[in-house]
Ligand binder design. Structure first.
Ligand SMILES: Nc1ncnc2c1ncn2[C@@H]1O[C@H](COP(=O)(O)OP(=O)(O)OP(=O)(O)O)[C@@H](O)[C@H]1O
Ligand SMILES: [Mg+2]
Length: 421
């Protein structure tokens, strides 16, 4: 039977909140193969925090679909928008185009009764030192990011550079770092001088660390003072942290940046949540506010991999496990769910999956769901009609699995397949 569904909204919440604050993401697909046709709308709950996994093969529609969810967040009514924010960590460099109307699929949009629109509340953030490189590539930059060196613990640096944490490189770095932390603000050059002045460190260790710190400088995100999280996360806005022009091999900096933002968002929400509760009890408006935030990780297997620890691993795991209470949502996008850390998969309450063929990746989805649904999932994924945007949705809140055609985007999608010509 055809029915309107609100993915992620439990039956109790549906009774309590009705259909407020949900986003239109597509239509049910009924039938398979040639007989497949679209029926009633599918919406998604944007009121409560969720952990969403979006998986599927290359070019299957993952980024496109999550942009659809983000479009819906961006057009929440003022009452909700003023309390909601989103951040996307974008190593591919495709979300900035949400600023531009989707003039390339006008016909499709018309068929769906929709019109192209660009979003002025999408803001693009890039590492300060690389601004020019983005502008040359035609990416519109709204603001640059610079973070204080103090914000990162020696452990973060060790992870960013793949140093063994009890080895001599990490220990030398930690010693100088801790010395400087006792004083005022400092930059990478101060850290380097401190290391060079260390009588116990060998020349070899100094050379290696100096090399690492030179690399960090080239990332262009560190400064002595740094900005605060409220400069980046703002109510009613989507902050695109475009990491596409960062030197390809250095996941270290992407992970460090993601770690900082994720941790700050979590800490600020924990504080805000306490104040919100208190204000409720005292029947007044909360004094400090910080929006309920959605954190989106493109190519998530690089931020929270299954087989090793990165600087962003721990902060993201905390969101997956404890984000519900303070109100932080997590969206992980990957071609390879098998390569995303188990602790995130097991906390997922909504899966949006396109075609997946590898056995390991299908097995990874099993980790998300109850046993009785596993067989069904494989069949539903196998039967997915071959039209763009056809996906399986698995909703742990409703204990349901169904197929959906994700609606066309209102804003421009810049992640399409390249064609010669
Ligand atoms: N719901 C949809 N409606 C219409 N076209 C779609 C839809 N979803 C995806 N497409 C088309 O499929 C193309 C590929 O989608 P997308 O870039 O999201 O793939 P992806 O899964 O993110 O791939 P990759 O793993 O390479 O990043 C889009 O450029 C678009 O043309
Ligand atoms: Mg993509």
């Amino acid at each position: 039977m055809a029915y309107e569904t609100i993915v992620g909204r439990t039956r109790e919440d549906l009774e309590k909140f009705g259909t407020t604050a949900c986003g239109y993401i597509g239509k049910h697909i009924v039938g398979t193969g040639e007989d497949a046709h679209l029926t009633t709308p599918v919406k998604i709950d944007l009121l409560k925090p969720h952990v969403i996994l979006c998986s599927g093969k290359r070019g299957s529609g993952k980024s496109y679909s999550i942009a659809v969810v983000l479009e819906e967040l961006l057009q929440l009514s003022e009452q909700y928008a003023s309390k909601t924010a989103a951040v996307v960590f974008d190593p591919v460099g495709i979300y900035w185009s949400m600023k531009i109307p989707n003039e390339q699929q006008v016909q499709l949009l018309t068929k769906w009764g929709m019109e192209p629109k660009g979003y002025s509340n999408v803001k693009v953030y890039v590492p300060e030192g690389l601004k020019e490189s983005y502008e040359k590539a035609g990416i519109p930059v709204d603001q640059t990011i610079n973070l204080s060196v103090r914000e990162f613990k020696p452990d973060d640096w060790a992870l960013a550079f793949n140093l063994e944490r009890t080895g001599e490189f990490a220990i030398t770095l930690e010693k100088s770092f801790n010395h400087l932390m006792e004083g005022g603000s400092f930059g990478l050059d101060d850290l380097m001088s401190k290391i060079n002045d260390d009588p116990q460190a060998s020349q070899h260790v100094k050379n290696v660390l100096s090399n690492f710190l030179e690399v960090s400088k080239s990332w262009g995100i560190f400064s002595e003072t740094g900005m605060t999280i409220k400069d980046i996360v703002k109510p009613g806005e989507l902050s695109v942290i475009d990491l596409s022009r960062v030197a390809g091999e250095s996941w270290g900096v992407r992970n460090l940046l993601a770690a900082w933002v994720t941790k700050q968002v979590y800490d600020n929400r924990v504080i805000a949540r306490k104040e919100e509760e208190l204000a409720k009890v005292e029947n007044r408006e909360p004094k400090s506010v910080f929006p309920l935030t959605w954190l989106v990780f493109e190519e998530a297997h690089n931020f929270i991999p299954s087989d090793k620890q990165t600087a962003s691993s721990e902060p993201i795991k905390i969101i997956a496990k404890q984000g519900r209470e303070p109100g932080v949502s997590l969206v992980v996008i990957t071609q390879m769910p098998n390569k995303v850390h188990q602790e995130v998969l097991s906390q997922t309450d909504i899966v949006i999956s396109f075609r997946l063929t590898s056995r390991d990746d299908l097995n990874a989805l099993h980790a998300v769901m109850q046993t009785y649904m596993q067989e069904k999932l494989e069949k539903v994924i196998g039967d997915l009609p071959r039209m763009p945007g056809a996906a399986v949705i698995l909703d742990d809140n409703l204990e349901k699995i169904f197929t959906v055609n994700i609606r066309p985007r209102i804003s421009w999608h810049s992640g399409g397949t390249a064609v010669i010509g």
